[in-house]
Design a protein. Structure first.
Length: 303
């Protein structure tokens, strides 16, 4: 006699991601997990740890550090990798600027976000990574919706959305030659709401920035930017205090926040369920460069 049972929606997504992690570990020689301390990378690391428990993770984690991060996120990143006993690699954008490999933007709205591409490609080359886990989801942005779970990159780290490998019946093709690699997205089929419901169900800790708190902010280009040591105020900008939280966390110079009263994961689930704007569309200034801004950067090697 057999007992039929049906996995919940979240457990189905988790099982799919676990399968992807194990498939990569069995297929590739030098995988790495990109970990910024943001909610998607935190969930990805949590699922990865579950995929290989009780053994340790069979790959390190990599943070591409712009040098303009929120202090709370860096503190959280270091605490999490120390607790899990994971090997952390840091690729610094500042190192590339100092070496003359990258040129820092200047003027109003300048950001190091785009400079991450050169730093990421350098890290891939230096460590000979052949697979990189990223926390991107298809609901975030239309260019990311074009990605496969296994997304091929050529020897220049470039992506061609018109030349991707089919993934029928969740069969993934990880074949690549020397200096080529695969970007892997275990959370491809998750939504922002799925991520938050999973955080609530699993009791996953996040940086405090994700919950409502009072802090000085400024209005710029229809967004609220937190006043930090990395943000240069423009003429006429007057900081004021507001109760806000962050839906996504990136470079402090271009990541906006939203006014909110959500102080717990349950509060955030209710808030996200009611919103109709993606987190990147609402709070990432770097995604507003052009209609195809993200796709252009992804073709260059950005995640």
């Amino acid at each position: 006699m057999t007992t039929a049972y049906e996995l919940s929606h979240l457990r189905t997504l988790e099982a799919e991601a676990v399968h992807v992690f194990r498939e990569v570990a069995a297929t590739f020689e030098r995988p790495v997990l990109l970990f910024s301390g943001g909610k998607d990378s935190v969930v990805m690391l949590h699922v990865a740890a579950r995929a290989f428990w009780p053994a340790p993770l069979p790959f390190p984690v990599l943070h591409v550090d712009t040098g303009h991060n929120f202090d709370e996120v860096i503190e959280f990143r270091d605490r999490v990798v120390d607790r899990l006993g994971v090997r952390l690699l840091v690729a610094s954008v500042q190192d590339d600027i100092d070496a003359g490999r990258s040129v820092e933007e200047t003027g109003p709205g300048a950001s190091r976000n785009r400079l991450q591409t050169a730093t990421l490609l350098r890290a891939i080359s230096e460590h000979s990574f052949d697979a990189l886990f990223g926390g991107a989801r298809r609901d975030e942005e239309k260019a990311r919706a074009k990605e496969r779970v296994f997304s091929f990159r050529d020897r220049f780290g470039q992506w061609d959305p018109r030349n991707q490998r089919p993934e029928l019946w969740n069969i993934y093709n990880g074949r690549c030659r020397k200096n080529e690699h695969i970007r892997v997205f275990p959370l491809s089929n998750w939504t922002e709401l799925d991520v938050w419901e999973y955080i609530l169900a699993e009791g996953i800790e996040l940086p405090p920035l994700y919950y409502a708190h009072r802090r000085p902010v400024v209005q710029r280009d229809g967004m609220l930017l937190a006043q930090t040591r990395h943000l240069t105020l423009l003429d006429g900008e007057e900081p004021y205090e507001a109760r806000v939280r962050f839906r996504t966390v990136g470079d402090a110079t271009c990541t906006g926040c939203v006014e909110s009263a959500a102080t717990t994961p349950a509060d955030v689930v209710a808030e996200v369920a009611a919103t109709r704007v993606t987190e990147r569309g609402a709070t990432r200034a770097d995604d507003r460069i052009s209609e195809a801004g993200m796709e252009d950067r992804k073709r260059e090697g950005y995640f």
